[in-house]
Design a protein around this ligand. Structure first.
Ligand code: BG6
Length: 491
């Protein structure tokens, strides 16, 4: 197991401390970092929200959440006791101008690194930051962590960034995209830049196209209110999928310094060809799930999940064909798709290499399949390289695809930390490499916004697809029109 380097003692303040994100993701992530000795004892986590709760009341809530979201074998009672002792709670309506900040001021140590984590609605980011500054709580060693979505479009994201930026410098601002904290996503940098073999092949001379699929089996769960104002484009594509595309498409950064890496990702976002209005129908597909079955269980349609009386035109599925206008990627399309209520939860990137220009082998040797590099983000994280080999035996020359397969769980035999574990510790360490810079967020909105506008203006609603299918048939046509197919070899 890799050596764990503890972060410095810190004070973390979580706004939205009784919300789903904090209870389901942040507290379990902090527990694991505490258990593994990375979050030093003496550090404090202060939960804040509007409800009146005592420290003990919050600890009881936290314990319940940890018991629900941490594997039973990982919950050590003495570690849990010590971890809970590091939790505190202060009731504040942080976005209200007359909020009383006394309780928080008393608790925090002015000398320590201070991380303000805003796990609240983005509309509250500006007022919360302004009030933190007015209460004198923003020290030089403070940083702020913002959850996505940063805005609803370019203008609203600029407004949020301006209001946060009036208090925190860009270097103090950590915009989370939790996909960047996933182990296999971090591994993309290692795969591309710590090996000789791939980078040489990473060009339009050799690569035919790239596919990125992020499929989920879940529907909107308890988040219908948020989701219906967002949809798959804002919820997944504008951030997670475009970030994955950037990591695949970017040029090697000159160093691994956060800004140098982000400079390269920004260049990719700026090189995305805007989809012209007359190509929206051919290069984008939006869908909405109807009733169907996932994992053998019947599930309702989106509009029933929503409980809406009016039909909704929010998309729960998006497929796109994207061009990256650079020398390296000329004529190499990137196909992206993401959706809820798909047959399997799977996130993967497929780099499909070109077919051989000429074959030495007779037809009787079987059909050749171009090489493919499949980077599996989840589940069963790993990397597969599909190559052609000869079938063993004396019965003549036959070729078949064979897989060079690295499964990270078996290769390393360890628990894979959740993305939030890495990202939370990075905010304390002050490493912003895996966080989105303001210009990246805004460049992504600039590209996405015209598509959203065209969809709003379009007379037809999102295309229906049955829950438990791979999306509307139009998404299959989107890629097959180019003589290619989605990788559904997901066994
Ligand atoms: C979130 C989206 O950012 O990512 C959710 O808001 C989505 O709608 C989730 O379900 C997927 O994350 P993961 O880590 O489960 O793949």
């Amino acid at each position: 197991m890799a050596k764990i380097i503890p972060v410095p003692v810190f004070d973390g303040v979580v706004f939205g401390a009784t919300g789903d994100l904090t209870l389901r993701k942040l507290l379990p992530a902090l527990y694991y970092r505490f258990r593994d000795g990375q979050m030093p004892e003496g550090s404090r986590i202060v939960g804040t929200a509007r409800s009146a709760l005592s420290d003990d009341g919050y600890r009881a809530k936290a314990q319940e959440a940890l018991e629900a979201h941490i594997l039973h074998d990982d919950l050590d009672s003495s570690v849990l006791r010590r971890f809970l002792a590091s939790l505190h709670y202060v009731a504040i309506d942080a976005s209200a101008d007359n909020a009383n900040w006394g309780g928080l001021t008393e608790l925090l140590d002015p000398e320590r690194i201070r991380v303000f984590y805003l796990a609240t609605a983005p509309a509250l980011y500006g007022p919360t930051c302004r009030n933190l500054a007015a209460a004198g709580l923003v020290t030089p060693r403070s940083r702020v962590v913002l959850e996505k979505p940063i805005g609803h479009d370019l203008a609203s994201s600029q407004e949020i960034n301006d209001s946060v930026g009036a208090v925190f410098t860009e270097a103090q601002t950590y915009r989370i995209d939790h996909f960047l904290g996933k182990e296999t996503v971090q591994n993309l940098l290692a795969l591309r830049f710590a090996n000789t073999i791939f980078e040489r092949l990473w060009t339009s001379d050799v690569i035919d196209h790239v596919q990125i699929t992020v499929a989920e089996t879940v529907g909107v769960e308890g988040r219908a209110g948020y989701y219906d104002t967002s949809g798959a484009m804002r919820d997944m594509v504008q951030n997670h999928l475009l970030q994955l595309l950037c990591l695949i498409a970017m040029e090697p950064p000159v160093t691994l310094n956060a800004d140098r890496v982000r400079d390269e990702k920004l260049k990719v976002l700026r090189a995305l060809r805007p989809i012209p209005p007359h190509r929206i129908g051919a290069e984008t597909v939006r869908g909405q799930y109807g009733a169907g079955a996932v994992n053998g269980k019947p599930v309702p349609a989106y509009r029933d999940d929503l409980g809406a009386r009016e039909p909704s035109t929010t998309e729960t599925f998006v497929a796109l064909k994207i061009e990256v206008r650079t020398w390296r990627w000329a004529n190499v399309p990137f196909y992206l798709r993401t959706g809820k209520r798909m047959p399997r939860k799977i996130s993967e990137i497929v780099v499909q290499f070109k077919d051989q220009p000429f074959s030495l082998f007779p037809d009787s040797a079987g059909q050749r399949q171009p090489n493919r590099l499949v980077i599996r983000l989840q589940p069963e994280e790993g990397i597969r390289l599909e190559v052609m080999t000869k079938d063993p035996g004396p019965g003549g020359l036959r070729l078949s695809p064979t897989v060079l397969d690295i499964r990270f769980d078996t290769a390393y035999g360890m628990r894979f930390p959740d993305a939030y574990e890495r990202l939370l510790m990075d905010t304390v360490r002050g490493d912003a490499t895996l966080f989105m810079r303001r210009d990246e967020v805004e460049a992504a909105w600039t590209w996405v916004e015209p598509i959203l506008e065209a969809w709003v203006a379009a007379p037809e609603p999102p295309r229906p697809y049955a829950a438990g299918s791979w999306g509307p048939t139009a998404s299959i046509a989107l890629i097959e029109r180019d003589g290619r197919t989605w990788n559904e070899d997901v066994a």
